[in-house]
Design a binder for this molecule. Structure first.
Ligand code: AMP
Length: 281
């Protein structure tokens, strides 16, 4: 595996690969890799001849009170993991080169960025979409793989790709979970042993919602109420939001009729954890 830092070198590499007719698959990450990231990488290998994994802790998607400085990082470990997966390129640009002095251009997906996490993290999706746009322009992938765990992010990226006519196929990859059901996340590293146990309430409440729908419940208020009640039983957990929304528009719905997503964000200790489940009648 080759590690590339300069943007210009990344561009040149992609240009050569494209000219040779090879299909480039990109997996954007913020590093501190876990099996969830690696499942995206394996998916990428099936979809492209060349795999690029970008590793960039993007400052513009963190709010001023958020954990940018504290976000876990371990470059050497990440490099070893990706090397073992036979990734071709680890793209690791510097913050200074991505956002040079005088930087002032941002990309915003207006409506899909408003609800759910957007309501609690102002400017977050603007930062995400801006950096993904830049990565697409630099790496010029044919296909890019994102996790369904960050469901709103995936939808916002799909919309941006359509709206700005990017010639990139966007693939959503299912959420990888620990054996006990907790969604893998770099932020799980913040959890103490008791908080890690408390984090089980997210997945437990999602399974409860799934079961309710299987048994015929369709009313959003009943489902959301049950999910909130499940989480309220866990004293170390605090709900940011629980939302039952349309899988495409992310607008709240009253009834599960077509594809709906139950999405939630819960704070446990210093970690803000998100998870979701697709509910189909
Ligand atoms: P991050 O490093 O948190 O920005 O995540 C990089 C990519 O990995 C994003 O597309 C995430 O949605 C995806 N991802 C994170 N956690 C998981 C997981 N548990 N399962 C599948 N994909 C994930």
């Amino acid at each position: 595996m080759q590690v590339i830092e300069p943007i210009e070198e990344m561009r040149r590499w992609s240009e050569v690969e494209r000219r040779e007719g090879r299909r480039i698959a990109l997996v954007p990450t913020m590093g501190f890799l876990h099996q969830g990231h690696l499942s995206l990488v394996r998916d990428a290998k099936q979809r492209g001849d060349r795999v690029v994994v970008s590793l960039f802790v993007n400052p513009t998607q963190f709010g001023p009170q958020e954990d940018f400085a504290a976000y876990p990082r371990n470059f050497e470990r990440d490099r070893r993991l990706l090397d073992k997966e036979c990734v071709h390129i680890m793209f690791h640009p510097s913050v200074e080169e991505i956002y040079p002095e005088g930087y002032q251009t941002h990309v915003e997906v207006e409506q899909l960025s408003v609800p759910l996490c957007g309501a609690f993290r102002p400017g977050h999706f603007r930062g995400v979409i801006t950096v993904v746009t830049k990565l697409f322009n630099i790496v010029r992938p044919h296909v890019a793989i994102f996790g369904c765990k960050d469901y709103q992010q995936l939808q916002v990226i799909r919309r941006m790709v359509r709206d700005l006519n990017f010639d990139v196929e966007v693939v959503g990859h299912p959420t990888a979970r620990e054996a006990d059901g907790v969604a893998m996340s770099s932020r799980n590293a913040y959890l103490s042993p008791s908080e890690r146990k408390a984090a089980l309430c997210l997945n437990r409440s999602l399974r409860c919602a799934e079961e309710m729908v299987r048994q015929g419940e369709r009313r959003a208020d009943a489902i959301v109420g049950a999910v909130r009640a499940q989480i309220a039983r866990e004293p170390l957990a605090q709900v940011d939001y629980v939302s039952l929304c349309d899988a495409e528009s992310l607008r709240d719905i009253d009834k599960v009729q077509e594809a709906a997503v139950l999405a939630l964000a819960v704070r446990v200790g210093k970690a803000r954890l998100i998870d979701n489940v697709m509910l189909k009648p």
